[in-house]
Design a protein around this ligand. Structure first.
Ligand SMILES: Nc1ncnc2c1ncn2[C@@H]1O[C@H](COP(=O)(O)OP(=O)(O)OP(=O)(O)O)[C@@H](O)[C@H]1O
Ligand SMILES: [Mg+2]
Length: 501
């Protein structure tokens, strides 16, 4: 008997089949990894299990009993909980209010019993060492914190079957360790866990079994201890990843981005960027390494004109930036693609030319010139392998990885001298990561200046010509990549080593 058994599940969106005759089984008390390339149908399958979508065909069994799951409340009643790829918390409400939403405990007079809920939450958070402040508002807390809330929300509803849709890309390595401890604890209590992830190393560490999806179908299930990352990669994408394209030796002279002693405040009003001086030259990738939350996000926002700076000077090419206004001469891949990268209700085509709609080639008097935007978009869709190739599909309906590709495609094809790329491969599958790495290197080879921020140190080391470490808002060290290694950078990242006098 399985904790979860899905049989012959088919789900179509219009003409597109996202799940085709899927058979999926999960044992009770196991950690089961669900992997597959972007758009393979993983989130769709799990949303069906959670009652977010109803399948066009197929049956679902929970603990051996056939069930009809037509809405999330049906799933919750059956003990199924899900942490979504993109969180669904309500920003102005507090942690407690968000968690009890839909399961409000009231007293005899029908009045919400918030203190009781807060107490239960505190107990739960202690049991699982998921540290939270029940009275904080969602809009003020970090993404890692929000995820802990999503997990608590599920535990508060007493879920026995827990689905996590790509929980790790947004977490720091420390937070990932903590999350995995929680998962192991849940497993030891007999709970069943389904984990979607693109990181094969995580799959190998944490899972008992692995199911691989491709193009809406299941291509296999493996015991973790009897498979390898190479086999999994081959099952996922059907081929091996080639070596990266090589970097053209580039002797740059011209500074494109110049920052001098820049300081800026973070959301809480204290300095998040402190006295940063940094130049990025043409034909150079500078990687910013750092534990998340050390000012990298704020630094990028300042350069992109999304956050004012208090002191210092910034110029891009020969334009100097005003402290409160943005600048057009840069391409920006933002870390939060849903908030800053896309307009979710706009179509794929509209998102691909976003910000360039005024350009003459896309305009016909006051209107968009449809045939030109169409052919331009089709080109990008092809070269960046955005799927499905449906120009009029709203951005909202693309898979997480494909949404990321839309943003990257648009930004890398701008004709500007500076690219600021923040977590450019977050949520992407191995093939797409490889493609974007190669695209960044080739833009560099063409002479663009690239500032790369990534929490993936491997990515920083692979792509950067120079690496700047940020710690507590400061740049504590700049290395030539060839002269350093992971261990040395790690010491600066944790502050164990600081700027020498
Ligand atoms: N509401 C929808 N309307 C139309 N198409 C959709 C909708 N939801 C998903 N799709 C399509 O179904 C396919 C599978 O999407 P899904 O989100 O399940 O992929 P995924 O495996 O989770 O990918 P990723 O790793 O990128 O998150 C995608 O091509 C997506 O565009
Ligand atoms: Mg997904």
């Amino acid at each position: 008997m399985y904790a979860v058994e899905m049989q012959h599940i088919t789900k179509r969106f219009g003409h597109f089949t996202a799940n085709h005759q899927v058979d999926f089984q999960v044992h009770e008390g196991e950690i089961h990894a669900l992997i597959g390339e972007n758009g393979a149908g993983k989130s769709t399958l799990m949303r069906i299990l959670y009652g977010f979508y109803t399948p066009d065909a197929g049956q679902i069994y929970i603990n051996g009993r056939e069930v009809k799951i037509q809405k999330p409340s049906d799933a919750i009643t059956l003990g199924v909980g899900m942490v979504h790829q993109h969180f669904m918390l309500i920003p102005p409400l507090t942690v407690t209010e968000n968690i009890i939403l839909g399961k409000e405990e009231t007293n005899r007079l029908g009045i919400l019993n918030l203190p009781l809920a807060a107490k239960q939450l505190t107990e739960l958070s202690q049991t699982y060492r998921l540290h939270i402040d029940p009275s904080a508002k969602i809009e003020q807390v970090s993404i890692g914190f929000q995820q802990r809330i999503e997990i608590l929300k599920i535990l508060y509803r007493n879920a026995q079957i827990i689905i996590l849709d790509e929980p790790t890309p947004i977490l720091t390595p420390q937070e990932i360790d903590d999350l995995f401890k929680v998962l192991l604890q849940l497993k030891s209590e007999g709970k069943t866990i389904i984990l979607i992830t693109h990181k094969l190393s995580e799959v190998m560490t944490i899972s008992n079994r692995i199911t691989i999806m491709r193009h809406g179908k299941i291509v296999g299930t493996r015991e973790t201890k009897s498979t390898t990352q190479t086999e999994l990669a081959r099952l996922m994408i059907g081929e091996e990843i080639g070596p990266p394209i090589s970097k053209r030796p580039f002797i740059a002279h011209k500074d494109i981005l110049i920052m001098e002693q820049v300081s800026a405040k973070g959301d809480r009003g204290v300095l998040a960027v402190r006295n940063v001086s940094l130049n990025v030259k043409e034909g150079e990738i500078i990687g910013i390494a750092g534990v998340e939350g050390n000012g990298q996000s704020e630094l990028v926002q300042v350069i992109a004109g999304l956050r004012p700076f208090q002191v210092g000077e910034i110029s891009i090419g020969s334009h100097s930036l005003s402290p409160t206004h943005g600048h057009q001469a840069l391409a920006h891949i933002p870390e939060d693609r849903l908030r800053f990268g896309l307009i979710l209700d706009f179509t794929l085509q509209e998102n691909l030319i976003l910000g360039r709609q005024q350009e003459l080639r896309f305009r016909h008097y006051y209107f968009l010139q449809d045939s030109e935007t169409r052919s331009y978009s089709s080109e990008l869709i092809h070269s960046f392998d955005i799927r499905p190739e449906e120009l009029s599909l709203p951005a909202r309906n693309f898979s997480g990885g494909n949404q990321q590709k839309i943003v990257v495609a648009r930004e890398l094809s701008k004709n500007v001298p500076l690219i600021v790329a923040s977590q450019p491969t977050r949520g992407l599958d191995i093939r797409a990561i490889d493609f974007i790495h190669n695209s960044l290197i080739s833009e560099r080879n063409k002479g663009k200046a690239i500032l790369l921020v990534s929490s993936d140190l491997g990515e920083i080391l692979k792509l950067s010509d120079r690496i700047a470490v940020m710690y507590e808002g400061e740049i504590t060290k700049v290395f030539l990549t060839a002269d350093t290694d992971e261990r040395e950078i790690g010491m600066y990242m944790t502050g164990a080593k600081k700027k020498s006098a």
